[in-house]
Design a protein around this ligand. Structure first.
Ligand code: NAP
Length: 356
């Protein structure tokens, strides 16, 4: 029987996020990984030799023997995932979009550009309409996946904003070492330690959240940022996978912990309605344990695609407080980007395909 899956390319296939893509795409019903790229150091080698594999499952056989290509056009697949280091992602992603590819990127390079959707498929699917305003690049386009911590926080914020309105959000993260790529931070720095600085991370949470929760202005071809105050403190902790965030929210309307719980648990959106293959049944899962969520226990809920929320309470100063855990390389990177591509495919935005 012929394989009708859409061929896809993966840029930066050898890194921390690239390896997650390789694992997640191995059994994907719609996409088939046919092209892997990385730096000049890796190009020309079989994938199994080029990568320093750190996943718990073996390298899928059909990818292990693929020869790593250089990261530059021409590329055959029209759909391209990017897990490139941000230092090199910008120009190559733009060039591929200009040549008619749909690039779904994890790098920060194009996230804040006016005509580029910064997409969390359950939170702001309407932002994909930006790609129809003519501000895109040639026949192709770029869709960006937000920063890993931002994804985990905006998923619960969307239903809270809809139900109660949001004035202010304060966030303190405890982020896993896999978020720093391969090889990442050294063991001498991170063992027995907490590092209260991750370069550029606080600014990403503070600005990306406002774009994601913002409104599309179709005439101007950009997003009007949400009028919410956001501040963040980001910390690196000795956890392998799974970012934890403590979140304090000042809501606009009357609320109770029970009503917050109901809003979070009942939240579903277009990916669930369309039954997209990577969509979790419930993107936000509320946990009851008094010491939950925890990264080791909860990062893999719904295959790493759901955000777990616990410790929902009212603080003595009247704010809502809660804790989230989300898988940084699955929902926060590769899995989130694959879900973006599934939604784009359903909407007919992948070049050479029509809406389903
Ligand atoms: P990483 O482990 O350092 O991997 C970087 C990848 O980029 C590798 O495949 C590397 O190939 C390739 N690369 C480096 N320099 C290159 C060059 N000059 N030309 C072509 N390819 C080059 O990083 P990562 O953690 O996977 O992150 C990848 C991207 O995703 C980054 O933009 C990051 O900010 C973003 N992101 C990461 C996370 C996370 O949790 N890790 C979450 C969300 C977003 P070689 O192996 O050949 O060097």
């Amino acid at each position: 029987m012929s394989d009708r899956r859409i061929p896809v390319a993966l840029l930066g296939a050898t890194g921390s996020v690239g390896q997650r893509f390789v694992s997640l795409l191995a059994h994907h019903p719609l996409f088939r990984l046919t092209t892997v790229t990385a730096s000049e150091r890796s190009a020309g080698l079989p994938y199994r030799e080029a990568t320093r594999w750190v996943q718990a499952t073996p390298i899928p056989q059909e990818v292990a023997d693929l020869v790593v290509a250089e990261t530059r056009p021409p590329l055959e697949p029209r759909l391209v995932f990017s897990a490139l280091d941000a230092a090199v992602a910008g120009p190559v992603e733009a060039e591929l979009a200009g040549r008619g590819h749909l690039v779904v990127s994890n790098a920060r390079s194009h996230r804040m550009e006016p005509g580029v959707p910064l997409l969390v498929p359950e939170v702001n699917p309407e932002h994909l309409s930006l790609l129809r305003t003519g501000t895109g690049r040639g026949r192709g386009a770029i869709i960006t996946n937000p920063n890993c911590s931002t994804i985990g926080v905006t998923l619960p914020l969307r239903p809270l904003r809809d139900a109660f309105g949001i004035r202010e959000v304060r966030i303190a993260t405890m982020q896993a070492v896999s978020g720093a790529g391969i090889p990442g931070v050294s063991s001498m720095e991170i063992m027995d330690n907490v590092i209260p600085f991750i370069s550029g991370e606080e600014g990403k949470l503070e600005t990306e959240t406002l774009k994601i929760l913002g409104q599309v202005d179709m005439e101007a071809g950009h997003i009007r940022p949400a009028r919410i105050r956001v501040s963040a403190q980001c910390n690196r902790v000795p956890v392998v996978d799974g970012h934890t965030a403590c979140v304090w929210v000042e809501l606009e309307r009357v609320w109770s912990p029970e009503a917050v719980r109901e809003a979070l648990e009942s939240f579903t959106a277009e990916p669930q309605k369309l039954s997209l293959p990577s969509a979790p049944p419930h993107p936000v899962v509320v946990l009851d344990g008094e010491a939950h969520p925890q990264p080791r226990l909860h990062r893999d809920v719904a295959g790493g695609m759901a955000v777990t929320v616990g410790r929902i309470r009212r603080t003595p100063t009247g704010e809502l407080a809660f804790v989230t855990v989300s898988h940084n390389t699955i929902r926060g990177a590769a899995g989130g980007a694959i879900l973006c591509a599934e939604l784009a495919l359903a909407r007919g935005l992948v070049p050479g395909t029509v809406a389903s």
